[in-house]
Structure formats: structure tokens, C-alpha cells
Design a protein around this ligand. Structure first.
Ligand code: GDP
Ligand code: MG
Length: 198
């Protein structure tokens, strides 16, 4: 089980993202998240193994300043989301990322891999932030990368999550070589084929 954090300002689309990623559904209006919601997603890997992600979706109105270490504790990866039609949500990404890097570390003391998601790409005419600007920001602030996405139209999410998970597995596996007790074995999640009896 890997814990993945989902952070970013209120109304950027975090809760919609969880529903899209986990159940492939989209509704215009989810109730504002209170406190923290959890969702579980099992993924099949190309090598036949599977892994479970536990996604923590926070209430954005709490803001980066009040996020406690408890929320971040034990996380292996993070998605930081903003809304491309709302520059304030992009500006706040600096603070979200700083807060993340100050509060959670992998076992080797490095920061956890973080993907930047630029959501609401379907609202093309209302877009406020250019690709070049986001690209520079992602490089300067140590993100594993960034993706333009539309949770509404189901675009860009899978590519983004694939990128994040590959970084997460690389980093966790590298750590496991030096400290075996710091990661869970992926194989324990694999369902063994049932033997038929004759
Ligand atoms: P959260 O506060 O970050 O959890 O945001 P929500 O998931 O509750 O979404 C806030 C609003 O943004 C809702 O009205 C959603 O319907 C809308 N929304 C989320 N994703 C998209 C998207 O990709 N495109 C558009 N146009 N609206 C979206
Ligand atoms: Mg929410």
C-alpha cells in the first residue's frame, strides 16, 4: 500500500480527480470535502504485479499553513493540482510545495516525488497560464514533471499518474536496497492463481 497525497487550493478539482481516477466518474458538484477523504485504487503493473494506492484528498480551504505533519506522515508520493483558469491557485503552488517538502521525507531523507497537475484544460478560452511558464516552474521546484489535464474530459490524468508512479516505485525500490524494512513488498498484493483440483 502506498500513500499518495492530493493537495492544492479549494475548487481546483481534487475531489473530482479522485472520483475520476478511482471510479471513472465525473459529477459537476461534489460536496466540499471536510477534513480528509480516502480512496483506494488497485493498479496492475506491466510485470503482472499489482499495487494499491491510498489517496488522501484534503479540504483545500484549510490551506497549506494548517496542514499537520500527521496528514503527510508516511506518504510516498504527491499530486499538487491547480486550476489553469485561476492564477491564484497556481501562485499558491509554491507554498504548497514548500510545505510538503518541509513536512515529509522518504526514508533516505529526500523529498517525496510530486506531480504538478494543471487542471481544467477543457476551459481553453479561460486559460490564464502558459505551458512555458508552468514548465519553468515545475523544473525550478523539483517536480517529477507536470501535465495539463481535464478531469471533466478524462484527459491527461493517466499519463500523469503513470509518470508519478514510475518515479515513486524507482525511489522506493532504491531505498529498499539499503533498508529493507522501509518499503512494502509489492508481491504481497498479488493474487495467487487458484489451483484447480482434478
Ligand atoms: P476541490 O475543492 O479541489 O476538491 O474541487 P472539486 O473536485 O470539488 O471541484 C470544484 C469544481 O470544479 C466543481 O464544480 C467541478 O465540477 C469543477 N471541475 C473539476 N474538474 C474540472 C475540469 O476538468 N474541468 C472543468 N471545467 N471543471 C472541473
Ligand atoms: Mg474537495
Amino acid at each position: 500500500m502506498y500513500k499518495v497525497l492530493l493537495i492544492g487550493d479549494q475548487a481546483v478539482g481534487k475531489t473530482c480527480f479522485v472520483h475520476r481516477f478511482v471510479n471513472n466518474t465525473f459529477q459537476e458538484n461534489y460536496k466540499a470535502t471536510l477534513g480528509v477523504d480516502f480512496a483506494l485504487k488497485t493498479l496492475k503493473l506491466e510485470d503482472g504485479n499489482s499495487l494499491k494506492l491510498q489517496i488522501w484528498d484534503i479540504a483545500g480551504q484549510e490551506g497549506f499553513t494548517s496542514m499537520t505533519r500527521v496528514y503527510f506522515k508516511g506518504a510516498s508520493a504527491c499530486v499538487l493540482m491547480f486550476d489553469i483558469t485561476d492564477p491564484k491557485t497556481f501562485q499558491n503552488c509554491t507554498l504548497w510545495k514548500q510545505d510538503l517538502d518541509a513536512k515529509v521525507f522518504l526514508a533516505d531523507q529526500n523529498s517525496i516525488p510530486c506531480l504538478l497537475l494543471a487542471n481544467k484544460s477543457d476551459l481553453k478560452n479561460e486559460r490564464q497560464i502558459s505551458d512555458q511558464y508552468i514548465d519553468r516552474f515545475a523544473k525550478d521546484n523539483d517536480f517529477v514533471g507536470w501535465k495539463l489535464c481535464s478531469v471533466k474530459n478524462n484527459e491527461g490524468l493517466q499519463e500523469g499518474m503513470r509518470l508519478l508512479i514510475s518515479h515513486m516505485l524507482q525511489r522506493c525500490n532504491a531505498i529498499s536496497m539499503t533498508a529493507e524494512d522501509t518499503v512494502l513488498s509489492l508481491e504481497s498484493d498479488v493474487e495467487k492463481p487458484k489451483k484447480s483440483c482434478c
